[in-house]
Structure formats: structure tokens, C-alpha cells
Design a protein around this ligand. Structure first.
Ligand code: NCD
Length: 360
């Protein structure tokens, strides 16, 4: 029996109107003191910001290796508290944010299911969000609803006590911090061959409902001469909003269902899982789409420098035998998430210069 009580639904006025505005109208609201305050969309990041994040993540990674360095990092934000509101399943994003906070000395609170919050007593989402801001200096949120993180920031920015909101995954829509760590992984992997500019990237799998490939596609506007290959079954093709964005920014992309023909062409292969928890797929949802899997015998076909990525969790789409190949970057990629998220949090709390001073 469900104990859920329907909220008495005292809606805060104006959200629907705000939500339907074009993204360009919404971006200014996420900035304070000419800096990014709320991290909601991948479209917020420009090249300078992305380069800064990569440099800062490197510095934090190096500092955290020594006892002296890690103690310095731990003192940086020991006066701050962060909330992890993760009401959609998560392993990596949750743990990497948690550890990123701990690296910087931040105290963390967590709620991992609405069933353990006063939402079951009928409290509205809006009042729940306001309550977090009474105790915390930052809210990191993962939610199955597209737009939920954005709603949090919209709401708090109208109060006299707004705190930064970081989107840790908003339904099938966006996952901007995953896109940041993917950029960091690509840039690190291509360090000896000129970085991400000029590279060809294949995104494979459920491109329709996979939020990671959507956010990563937006970031391509910041790099020169990148070409994308969208490789998917017909039912999971990339949605039009992303394709229109790429056209607008003159970023070439090719769509195909022939994975093997693309393998030898690209510098990176970004594999994704079929997102069967969301609507919009075929009825049965049990198909594994073997033509879109990367197998051990494909390793002889791909480029010697090709980077194999996956946001994880994986199901069938990358054969476990591939893990041993030095081109398999996904385990490094998940670890990069912790460094990059620490860099992002350090930036939001304005301590990036203190870190950089250690290296000057
Ligand atoms: C992804 C997500 O949750 O969107 N995982 C992650 O955050 N590392 C990808 C997925 O669930 O398939």
C-alpha cells in the first residue's frame, strides 16, 4: 500500500511560463557576479570555462596525491555544507560528488529517495527545496524529471537566500557535469595529439533518451572542426533539438545505423546504454541491439589512438574483454568525474585562485 499523500499543491506561480522560454533567455539568471552560479545546462559553458575546469581538475588531482596537498584542499571549504538530493538511482555521480565535496572539506547531507523526505506528508516540491536552502550552501540534485534542477534554481533565485544548484542529471534531458568530465577525459586522452579540436567522435546507442550524449553534443560548439557520428538503431536516433543546435553552430554530424563502418574513422567512441527506464522506446524494452555493441574483435579495426568511453553503468554494449585494452578509458573517465566535480565546486565557491597559487 502506498503512503503517498498528494501534495496540497500550492504551486509557486510563474514556473510554466519561465520553463517554456528559449534557453538564451534563461542563461543570465544562472549567473551572479559575472560568474556561473547555478550549473543547469551544458549551454552555459564556453571554451575559457572548459579550459579552466580541465586545468583546475589537474591541479586538484596533483594536490590530492600528497598529504600536505590534500590537507590544504580540505581546509579550503571546511566552512561549507552541501546537500546531495539524489532521488533517482546513481552510483558514480553520487559517489564522485560526495568524494569531491570531501576532498574540499565540505560537509555533506544526503536524501536519496522522496520516500524518506516530508514529501510523503504532502509537502510540495517547492517547499522541500526551500528547506534545503535553509541548511545548505549548495544543492546537488539528480531527478527523473526533466527541468527539475532548473526549477530548483528558478525558485531559490526568487528567495532572499539562494544557494547554488548543480544539476547531477535531469531525466532524459541533460547531465552537464557528466559532459564536463567527458571533455576532461577527451582532452587528457588527446593531450599528445593536439587536444579535442579537429577530432571525430562517434556516439553510439540510445541517443534519443541518453542525457549524457545530449549534453556532450552541446559542448562541441566550443571546439574547432569536430565531426560527430550518431550511431543508433532507428528508434533511438538523436532528437531534433540537438541536431538543430549543431546545424546552427555549423558542426557537421552524420547519422547511421552501421556501427562497423564508423569504427575505423573516429578518434573516440562514446558508448551508451539503452535507457529502458524512460518512455519512448519500443514496447518490449528487452532488445539488446547487438549491432551496436563494441566487442573484443573490433579492437583491431579501430584507430591505435581511439579513446573508448562510456558514462557507465554498462550492460551489454561493451564486452568485458575490451576493458584490458589501453584504449578503454571508461574506468579512468569515472575517476576523472571526481576531480572535475571538485574543480567545479571549487569554482562555484570562488576558491580556484587559491588552488592556482599553489602552482605559480
Ligand atoms: C549516466 C546517467 O545516469 O545518465 N550515468 C552516469 O551518470 N554516469 C548514464 C546512464 O545511466 O546510462
Amino acid at each position: 500500500m502506498s503512503h503517498f499523500v498528494e501534495p496540497t499543491a500550492q504551486e509557486y506561480e510563474g514556473w510554466n511560463e519561465f520553463y517554456s522560454k528559449p534557453i538564451s533567455d534563461k542563461l543570465p539568471a544562472l549567473i551572479r557576479d559575472e560568474r556561473i552560479f547555478d550549473v543547469i545546462f551544458a549551454q552555459q559553458f564556453d571554451r575559457d570555462f572548459l579550459d579552466l575546469m580541465c586545468r583546475l581538475a589537474n591541479m586538484i588531482r596533483i594536490m590530492a596525491k600528497t598529504r600536505t596537498g590534500s590537507l590544504k584542499l580540505k581546509r579550503l571549504l571546511a566552512h561549507k555544507r552541501a546537500m546531495l538530493y539524489f532521488v533517482q538511482p546513481s552510483t558514480r555521480t553520487f559517489l564522485s560528488f560526495l568524494n569531491a565535496c570531501q576532498i574540499l572539506g565540505i560537509n555533506v547531507s544526503e536524501i536519496r529517495a522522496t520516500s524518506t523526505s516530508s514529501e510523503v506528508k504532502g509537502e510540495s516540491q517547492e517547499d522541500t527545496i526551500r528547506t534545503f536552502a535553509s541548511y545548505e550552501d549548495m544543492i546537488i540534485v539528480r531527478h527523473s524529471e526533466a527541468g527539475f534542477a532548473e526549477k530548483m534554481s528558478w525558485l531559490l533565485n526568487q528567495t532572499d537566500h539562494p544557494v547554488p544548484v548543480i544539476n547531477g542529471g535531469s531525466g532524459p534531458d541533460q547531465h552537464p557535469t557528466q559532459a564536463l568530465l567527458d571533455i576532461y577525459t577527451l582532452e587528457r586522452s588527446f593531450e599528445a595529439i593536439g587536444g579535442l579540436d579537429g577530432k571525430k567522435i562517434a556516439m553510439v546507442g540510445d541517443l534519443k533518451r541518453g542525457r549524457t550524449v545530449r549534453s556532450l553534443s552541446y559542448l562541441m560548439k566550443n571546439y574547432k572542426d569536430v565531426t560527430l557520428y550518431f550511431v543508433s538503431p532507428d528508434v533511438f536516433r538523436m532528437r531534433n533539438d540537438i541536431k538543430e543546435f549543431l546545424d546552427k553552430h555549423a558542426i557537421p554530424f552524420h547519422e547511421t545505423d552501421d556501427f562497423e563502418s564508423v569504427m575505423p574513422l573516429v578518434d573516440a567512441i562514446y558508448m551508451t546504454r539503452i535507457q529502458s527506464e524512460y518512455p519512448g522506446g519500443p514496447e518490449t524494452g528487452t532488445e539488446t541491439y547487438p549491432r551496436f555493441h563494441l566487442r573484443n574483435d573490433h579492437l583491431s579495426v579501430i584507430n591505435p589512438h581511439c579513446v573508448i568511453m562510456h558514462p557507465l553503468p554498462r550492460r551489454y554494449e561493451i564486452e568485458v574483454a575490451v576493458d584490458k585494452d589501453p584504449r578503454a578509458a571508461y574506468w579512468r573517465q569515472e575517476r576523472n568525474g571526481m576531480w572535475l566535480r571538485a574543480a567545479l565546486i571549487a569554482y562555484v565557491f570562488k576558491v580556484e585562485d587559491v588552488i592556482a597559487k599553489e602552482f605559480s
